[in-house]
Design a protein around this ligand. Structure first.
Ligand SMILES: NC(=O)c1ccc[n+]([C@@H]2O[C@H](COP(=O)([O-])OP(=O)(O)OC[C@H]3O[C@@H](n4cnc5c(N)ncnc54)[C@H](OP(=O)(O)O)[C@@H]3O)[C@@H](O)[C@H]2O)c1
Length: 363
């Protein structure tokens, strides 16, 4: 018999992108619905600086530096550096206890060069695939839950299905292209991989909370300031919005249910609104005169213009049973606008309520 102490169970959840908009809510859902250790991989000069960023995240997101339980820790790691910038064996030690890697980090900029977008989105995913593979070599589960985007489908005129895209898509920008390339990186694992594809992630379905005011918030703010006299895009364009809490719950559910592999599109699907009816609700809520859709005005949206002329819906399939419940725009829009005004459209960030002090609902 060996005198060696038994190895600690490999039950750690590794999270990238936890300091970001979606990742912070994923962390919250994991705190509510799991009890295992969570290690955030955070860009920072060293582990002490990573821990300081974690405390900063807690203050910004939940209003209290001490709110996170001790099972949440941070390691300094940069997805764009070889071996995440670690030369100290920390990655092997982490891999040996990794049950699941949740890869949420990416650059969501639409204007990066292909080289820059590939370095973070494709190269970063390759490193998370390698971490999961190393975990398996060391006898840990090493499952991967990878956050992608529904826009890997690019421009299409047909229903964008979970099992697609079947043909080489026409992408709008380097973001979409590199997010599809990142999905392809995950194939190196052959199994034990779930991919979550959100559409446009907006504020919380109930509170409207968000920490990110890009994409749809750009024209919404212009409308709220009386600067948008026409709606920039075709009247029948699909506008697929999904609340951040619903996407986070899909991700957390896939952590709790390792038997589920494959693609999960976290989207409103065929229940998503078209642009004109959506704009009508916005104008009504804002108490401004209705505005007509004008496709030629889409260039006002700059980088976001391509998202105002989406010609076909996404398929909402297996994510429905994991927590996606399309919210009617008449309910969602007032909540998004009210929160955005409270938060000064990003100038006065608001913390979320702390949700995980109640008994965890693990299921
Ligand atoms: N927001 C949406 O509408 C939307 C829609 C579909 C899919 N998604 C996907 O959802 C995920 C999260 O998006 P988000 O909106 O939450 O983005 P975000 O707020 O910009 O957060 C991005 C996160 O990635 C981290 N990150 C970026 N580069 C990194 C690097 N080199 N090393 C380590 N970490 C790095 C950031 O860390 P720092 O704090 O250090 O910057 C941050 O935590 C992404 O995979 C995105 O493609 C988002």
């Amino acid at each position: 018999m060996s005198d060696a102490a038994p190895a600690a169970p490999a039950e750690t959840i590794v999270l990238t992108g936890g300091t970001g908009f979606l990742g912070s809510v994923v962390l919250e859902r994991l705190l509510v619905t799991t009890e295992e250790p969570i290690v955030l991989l955070v860009r920072a000069a060293d582990d002490a600086a990573a821990a300081a960023r974690l405390r900063g995240l807690a203050v910004a997101t939940w209003g209290d530096a001490d709110v996170l339980p001790s099972r949440v820790t941070a390691l300094a790691a940069d997805l764009e550096l070889p071996d995440l910038g670690r030369t100290d064996g920390a990655l092997d030690a982490l891999a040996a206890r990794t049950a699941t890697v949740v890869h949420c980090a990416a650059s969501v900029r639409f204007d990066l060069s292909l080289e820059d977008a590939r370095r973070v989105n494709v190269g970063g995913t390759r490193q998370m695939v390698a971490l999961a593979a190393r975990a398996r070599e060391l006898g840990a589960p090493g499952r991967l839950v990878h956050v992608s985007t529904a826009y890997v489908h690019g421009r299409t005129n047909v229903l964008a299905r979970e099992h697609g895209p079947e043909q080489a898509p026409v992408h709008r920008n380097t973001y979409e292209q590199t997010k599809l390339e990142a999905e392809h990186e995950t194939r190196a694992l052959t199994d034990g991989v779930a991919i979550v594809r959100p559409s446009i992630v907006v504020g919380d379905a109930v509170t409207g909370w968000t920490s990110s005011f890009n994409v749809i918030y750009v024209p919404l703010k212009a409308a709220a300031r009386g600067l948008l006299t026409v709606v920039p895009g075709p009247a029948d364009a699909w506008l697929d919005l999904v609340p951040v809490d619903q996407v986070a719950e899909v991700v957390a559910a896939l952590v709790r249910r390792p038997e589920l592999d494959g693609v999960f599109q976290a989207v409103a699907g065929e229940e998503a609104p078209r642009l004109q009816p959506f704009a009508d609700v916005v104008c009504e809520v804002l108490g401004i005169p209705p505005a007509a859709c004008e496709p030629a005005a889409a260039e006002q949206l700059g980088l976001y213009a391509p998202y105002a002329d989406v010609a076909s819906p996404f398929e909402l399939g297996r994510a429905r049973e994991l927590g996606v419940r399309p919210v009617p725009v008449a309910e969602l829009v007032p909540r998004l606008l009210a929160f955005a005004e409270t938060a000064g459209w990003g100038r006065r960030p608001q913390p979320r309520a702390v949700a995980w002090t109640a008994t965890p609902a693990v299921g």
